[in-house]
Design a protein around this ligand. Sequence first.
Ligand SMILES: Nc1ncnc2c1ncn2[C@@H]1O[C@H](COP(=O)(O)OP(=O)(O)O)[C@@H](O)[C@H]1O
Ligand SMILES: [Mg+2]
Length: 155
Amino acid sequence: MKAAEYITDSPEQTSWIGRLLGKTLVAGDVVCISGELGSGKTVFTAGIAGALGVSGYITSPTFCIVNEYAGKLPFCHFDAYRVESAEDMNETGYFDYIGGNGIVVIEWPERIEEILPEKYISVTISKIPVEYGSSAEARKAAENRRLIRIRRVSV
Ligand SMILES: Nc1ncnc2c1ncn2[C@@H]1O[C@H](COP(=O)(O)OP(=O)(O)O)[C@@H](O)[C@H]1O
Ligand SMILES: [Mg+2]
């Protein structure tokens, strides 16, 4: 798959792109979502979850590293933001989920680069800088604009 790129202007649109990706996922798929704090990784994850029939509120599991939900497929959401070493992942069940029969989403995958699977779907979300000299209105609109890039990675 070539990289796909989308520009969104609201959390709803970002969630929708997550939903579209979610519909294409099959058992065992791992989705790694990169992007700075507040870029929309959890919003995107909620869209994936929706496509998998996970009901309920998706929050970032920043403090407990992992949340597990039951949908059409088991759905497991990691946030590695506070992970200091790959060993922290041992007790989360990470190694059982990877290669298991569910869907795994990982926020902050760069924190655990050395233990990512050989194949995964990479999503990067970035804010789009406003052009120098833009009007206040254009600046306001740009606050909610994101570039989303999706590609398959195999190491
Ligand atoms: N286009 C957009 N896509 C996603 N989130 C957006 C967008 N525009 C504004 N936001 C806001 O940015 C924030 C993203 O939060 P969140 O998904 O928790 O970020 P992250 O998980 O990357 O830290 C939310 O408050 C959301 O309302
Ligand atoms: Mg988050």
